[in-house]
Design a protein around this ligand. Structure first.
Ligand SMILES: Nc1ncnc2c1ncn2[C@@H]1O[C@H](COP(=O)(O)OP(=O)(O)O)[C@@H](O)[C@H]1O
Ligand SMILES: [Mg+2]
Length: 277
């Protein structure tokens, strides 16, 4: 495990003590750079996700969010930088790092002709998880798919598919959960339900890294966010902190559409109003 050097002031003795403490970060990304041939997609990105935290990478299309996640997942080799998952170096201890992360697969990654129970069995087998009948029942109840357990994946609604793919990502109880734009395409009910599931995961101590371009989502569930654009992190704070930091800055808040200043006003101010495709 990685330890971190911290400086602590002992108030009674006015003395500075250096000590090693166990890092509580489930993910640490340090000076990450990703290049696609000549194109520099991620530039010196650093952030961390703590246990029991929902952290959002917030950025417009093409900002570099998925590239950051792909590097964490080990799907691409970064140009430079360090990544630790639960203290394990993704480069040197890839298997251990991956054992501690859960990645929500896109719905299209599942075979549509398999039914819900078959998918649960298949992925339990892949992750080496002993799926007892009790566990299967409890999962099906938990994701509200008991009635639909024999339905083919392809016949499920978008929200139901989302619940299956999230539960698969969690089947080995990973410390870090990675969700790439998980609510895109969901209706408001399914989206709200997913937010509640994320909050439940956070309360169980999982750390969640989420990408989104929805300000509403960031304000609703994220404990902290990094605003990323053109591959660079512009600012990292709590959603409320970002608003407070910029609310009196006319350079950032050029026009507020709703009367009160929102995260969206800050986001547009920091990333520009040009539409990205
Ligand atoms: N495999 C790739 N080859 C070349 N360029 C890529 C590749 N993947 C992404 N990019 C480019 O890198 C930038 C960041 O992409 P991405 O990480 O997917 O952004 P986001 O997820 O924030 O929309 C974009 O300009 C995109 O076109
Ligand atoms: Mg993306």
């Amino acid at each position: 495990m990685k330890t971190k050097m911290v400086t602590q002031t002992d108030s009674s003795h006015k003395q500075v003590i250096n000590m090693h403490v166990q890092s509580q970060a489930v993910l640490e990304v340090l000076n990450l750079n990703v290049k696609y041939e000549d194109f520099h997609a991620v530039k010196n990105v650093s952030f961390s996700v703590q246990e029991g935290e929902i952290f959002g990478l917030l950025g417009p299309n093409g900002a570099g969010k998925t590239s950051c996640l792909s590097a964490v997942e080990g799907l691409l080799v970064p140009e430079s930088g360090e990544i630790y998952v639960a203290g394990y170096d993704v480069k040197k201890q890839g298997l251990l790092a991956r054992a501690n992360m859960g990645v929500q697969l896109q719905a299209t990654s599942f075979q549509p002709e398999l039914n819900v129970m078959e998918i649960l069995k298949l992925y339990s087998g892949i992750y080496g998880v002993d799926l007892t009948k009790e566990k299967m029942d409890s999962i099906l109840n938990n994701i509200n798919l008991r009635e639909s357990r024999s339905k083919k994946f392809g016949q499920l609604s978008g929200g139901q598919q989302q619940r299956v793919s999230l539960v698969i990502a969690l089947i080995h109880e990973p410390k870090l959960v990675l969700l790439d734009e998980p609510t895109t395409g969901l209706d408001p009910q399914a989206r709200r339900q997913l937010w509640e599931r994320m909050e439940a995961l956070r309360n169980m101590g999982h750390g969640i890294l989420l990408t989104t371009h929805s300000m509403e989502e960031a304000e609703a569930v994220c404990d902290r966010v990094s605003i990323i654009d053109h591959g660079q992190i512009i600012n990292t704070d709590t959603p409320g902190g970002l608003i407070d930091k910029h609310r009196n800055n006319p350079e950032v808040i050029r026009a507020s559409r709703k009367g009160k200043i929102t995260l969206e006003d800050v986001f547009i101010g920091l990333t520009g109003s040009q539409v990205r495709v």
